[in-house]
Design a protein around this ligand. Structure first.
Ligand SMILES: NC(=O)c1ccc[n+]([C@@H]2O[C@H](COP(=O)([O-])OP(=O)(O)OC[C@H]3O[C@@H](n4cnc5c(N)ncnc54)[C@H](OP(=O)(O)O)[C@@H]3O)[C@@H](O)[C@H]2O)c1
Length: 328
């Protein structure tokens, strides 16, 4: 593919939202020794993609211009000299990392260690939804909250906020595999949807009960997978069990202050800021769950690469139900 051009979307400075994405023709990237070159079949957009564009971190992106996006499913076209586990023609799903990005394009390179085989039972779009969102839900539930997904430990009470979104809809399904009792919050239009995912009780976040986060059956939460934003610690605190923790996926300044205060005062109730680290082995685990019919990717909408800015704008609106997908 050396010297060939591909269609991609990129931005060359911070800011600009969907209008800041430019359609360009750029060289197809060449895989390094530990990378595979993919012909992309599906991409999913995550809020962190446009937050990087907004300038949330001075270290990201690594350089301008930047092709954003991290979650891709595709077909292996070339393998680097040291790649052992993949060959030309393999169908795979990969996480491209926030520093390198590269997903909103016809082709991308992925590290072998962050690439796994996509079984034929799982569509490219279903697979592309997984890397950031499902692995964040998985890490929060298993590593941080200590839930065993085979349901082998005592049943815990879990609250999942924004259960209708990309992370939340995977979190509800995974939490139920762990035999937990799930209370979930979402908007009124998604209550039945979130119940179908397996939630035991659902609160409309725009009602007083939803704002108070009170479990209708009177449960105290052992862990909160907090996928929404803007909910103060004072709303969570009275609803937590003695050692309950709030796992905050979008920690702002006040969350960091609360985290530090709870640590310093040896509080049993904790706030845990979490920035997930997607791993190949966990991607393999969740895609196998999809293959076995134990986990599903719900697709909010599909957009062609020629209109990927619509997918970007849709994600910025923050009203997706499940995952937003782009297809080259
Ligand atoms: N720390 C990490 O490693 C990590 C990883 C992935 C994501 N995140 C962060 O986690 C957050 C969620 O990500 P996502 O991909 O799930 O987002 P998303 O798909 O855009 O979430 C959209 C959904 O959230 C619902 N929602 C919004 N505010 C709500 C509230 N106050 N209560 C209940 N539901 C609410 C919306 O429902 P309505 O349309 O009805 O309002 C919509 O269905 C984002 O801030 C993202 O940046 C962090």
């Amino acid at each position: 593919m050396a010297g060939k051009l591909m269609h991609a979307l990129q931005y060359d400075r911070y800011g600009g939202g969907a209008a800041g994405l430019k359609h360009v023709e750029v060289p197809v990237p060449a895989p390094k020794k530990d990378e595979v070159l993919l012909k992309i079949e599906a991409i999913s957009v995550n809020p962190f993609d446009w937050k990087i564009q907004k300038g949330v971190s001075p270290l990201l992106p690594r350089r301008f211009p930047h092709i954003p996006g991290t979650d891709v499913a595709g077909e292996v076209l070339e393998v680097g000299a040291r790649v052992k586990n993949f060959k030309t023609g393999d169908k795979v799903v990969a996480f491209l990392t926030h520093a390198s990005g590269g997903a909103l394009a016809e082709f991308a390179v992925a590290k072998e260690s962050l690439t796994v085989i996509r079984p034929p039972e799982v569509s490219a779009a279903e697979a592309a939804g997984l890397p950031v969102a499902a692995l964040t839900a998985h890490e929060a539930l298993t590593k941080t909250a200590g839930i065993k997904l085979d349901g082998s430990v005592k049943q815990a009470n879990i609250l999942i906020t924004a259960a209708s979104g990309g992370v939340g809809h995977y979190a509800v399904q995974l939490a139920k595999l762990g035999n937990t009792h799930v209370t979930a919050t979402c908007g009124a239009r998604n209550i039945e949807f979130v119940k179908r995912l397996g939630a035991d009780e659902v609160l409309d976040y725009k009602t007083p009960e939803g704002e108070a986060l009170k479990s209708p059956s009177g449960r105290r939460y052992d862990a909160v997978i907090h996928c929404a934003t803007g909910i103060p610690w004072s709303s969570f605190e009275p609803n937590l069990s003695e050692n309950g923790k709030v796992i905050d996926l979008t920690p702002g300044v006040s969350a960091i202050i609360t985290w530090a205060l709870k640590k310093l005062t040896f509080s049993k109730k904790q706030l845990v800021p979490l920035i997930a680290t997607p791993k190949g082995e966990n991607l393999d685990f969740v895609i196998k769950l999809v293959k076995e019919g134990k986990l599903k990717t719900v697709i909010d909408s599909k957009h062609p690469l020629s209109k990927a800015e619509d997918a970007w704008a849709k994600s910025i609106e923050s009203h997706a139900t499940g995952k937003i997908i782009v297809e080259p």
